[in-house]
Design a protein around this ligand. Structure first.
Ligand code: ADP
Ligand code: MG
Ligand code: ZN
Length: 477
């Protein structure tokens, strides 16, 4: 029997505010436990929450970017449950009047082409604290620094149809949120976490099957792996004649399996009710229109523009447009007159490699757009080979020197002197008579061999255009 997966995603996005959602405690990461706390986020009796105005404003901006209807008067509600990292025994969230609803996001995959994923809702809520299970004693410790950090929960319709689509959807939400600047999107700090709801149904059937929810997937790779695993697991269960039970599961990244955490039936009674401590959150139509007008260029639009204006491939345009920093850097290089294709290759090639290997962000890397533009111009005009360019690039990483300066200093200047190169070519041909014969007998691919040898002799400094011309002249003489 053929099965079709049905997937809906709930994404938690941490907002880039300096203070928490309902108090003025700092949201700074990495502080000693419980330093960023006060009576409000500790849940002490009598302490009252006051909403951080950035939070609904950020939520509205994301809602606009995701084609949602933004509610002018949304409401906070208490979601009641007990957990040691939730001192109030309720989480302030939103329930039946969330700030945004009924949006959509278009994605594209190789397997299904273009598809539109409905966004059911976006609501604001506070994060819980963190439990630390001590290894050397049997104690569990509570750190409430994270309690009250603002989150948006973005709930999708069950419109996703593959693990690949889920990953792309999550990447796109990340790209949009970081482009509009409402989240730092730092995956290592858990700024973006996804709960994946997965069910299977026989192909052609309309009704959905029973779903499981795998919680807290904090990387794009885990989302894809966990959904793939869950699809296989459910398929095996069904083929074995068993029924899928609705449950919450967790992903074990080491064993690469999902495992059951709790069954859903008993866990779901939150007794939501409007939070009496907080008034309705009002946004004016005027401010929403201002947000709409001032929304920065979104990754999708940027991608299309890069393809049209700069003639980039879909792949290149996609890679460049997902990050605000990288796309701005790229355009900065172009403003110094670099050719788009070569500039793109260096940005998504060498530059990205260095960022990945060193863990540095773009602004921590010393290479200025102007210097990188100079480098690409030298390559384009044929003044330096790609190999020399890489040497210069490495050097630029460690100093603020211009390519011209480095060429001068390191003696990397290209040899274009036909007399000098011609002499080297003569010697090379004399020493490789056999290959010369073969070339003349029609095996012209051997030109590559001769060019390679010439480059070796000149330690990469020979001008490839001149070398090619000289070799052809001599071989075809
Ligand atoms: P809950 O409140 O229990 O999390 P929701 O109805 O809000 O349940 O749904 C949560 C998520 O599960 C949504 O993203 C929704 O699209 C998805 N979903 C609902 N039904 C299914 C199903 N049968 N298979 C896969 N995903 C589903
Ligand atoms: Mg849920
Ligand atoms: Zn606080």
């Amino acid at each position: 029997m053929e099965f079709e997966p049905v997937i809906g995603l709930e994404i938690h996005l941490q907002l880039a505010t300096e203070s928490k959602i309902f108090c003025s405690c700092s949201t700074e990461f990495g502080k000693p436990p419980n330093v960023n706390t006060c009576p409000v986020c500790l849940g002490l009796p009598g302490a009252l929450p006051v909403l951080n105005r950035n939070v609904p404003e950020f939520a509205a901006q994301l809602g606009i970017a995701l084609n949602c209807e933004v509610r002018l008067d949304s409401q906070f509600a208490r979601k009641n449950y007990f957990y040691p990292d939730l001192p109030k025994a309720y989480q302030i969230s939103q329930f039946d009047k969330p700030i945004c609803e009924k949006g959509w996001l278009d994605i594209e995959t190789e397997s299904r082409g273009k598809s539109r994923i409905g966004i059911t809702r976006i609501h604001m809520e506070e994060d819980a604290g963190k439990l630390i299970h001590s290894e050397d004693s049997n104690d569990s410790l509570v750190d409430l620094n994270r309690a009250g950090v603002p989150l948006l929960e973005i709930v999708s319709e069950p419109d996703v149809r593959s693990a690949e689509e889920a990953k792309i959807y999550m990447e796109k939400i990340h790209a949009i949120a970081t482009t509009i600047g409402i989240s730092d999107g730092d995956m290592e700090k858990g700024h973006l976490r996804c709960d994946a709801n997965v069910s299977l149904r026989p192909s052609g059937q309309k009704e959905f099957g029973t779903r499981t929810e795998t919680k807290n997937l904090n990387s794009f790779r885990f989302v894809k792996q966990a959904i793939t695993y869950e699809m296989h697991r459910q398929r095996e269960e069904i083929l074995d004649g068993k029924t899928i039970i609705q449950e919450t599961r967790l992903w074990d990244p080491d064993r690469k399996v999902t495992f059951s955490m709790r069954s859903k039936e008993e866990a779901d009674e939150y007794r939501y009710f409007p939070d009496p401590d907080l008034p309705l959150v009002h946004l004016s139509t005027k401010i929403i229109e201002t947000f709409r007008k001032n929304l920065p260029e979104l990754p999708e639009t940027k991608k299309q523009r890069f393809m049209e204006e700069h003639g980039l491939s879909v792949y290149d345009a996609e890679v460049l447009s997902v990050s605000k920093e990288i796309s701005a850097y790229f355009e900065n290089i172009l403003s110094y007159g670099a050719s788009p294709k070569i500039a793109c290759n260096w940005v998504i090639g060498e530059l990205t490699r260095v960022m990945n290997e060193s863990g540095k962000s773009l602004h921590e890397i010393k290479i200025t757009p102007e210097n990188l533009a100079d480098l690409t111009k030298l390559i384009e005009s044929g003044e330096i080979s790609n190999k020399i360019a890489k040497t210069i690039f490495e050097e630029m990483l460690n100093s603020a020197k211009t390519p011209a300066h480095i060429i001068e200093e390191k003696g990397l200047k290209q040899i274009s002197d036909a007399g000098k190169l011609g002499q080297i070519a003569e010697e090379l041909l004399a020493a490789n008579q056999e290959q010369v014969e073969q070339y003349r007998a029609g095996k012209t691919k051997l030109i590559g061999f001769f060019v390679g040898q010439m480059m070796k002799q000149t330690r990469g400094k020979g001008n490839p255009a001149v070398i090619n011309r000289l070799l052809k002249e001599k071989l075809e003489a």
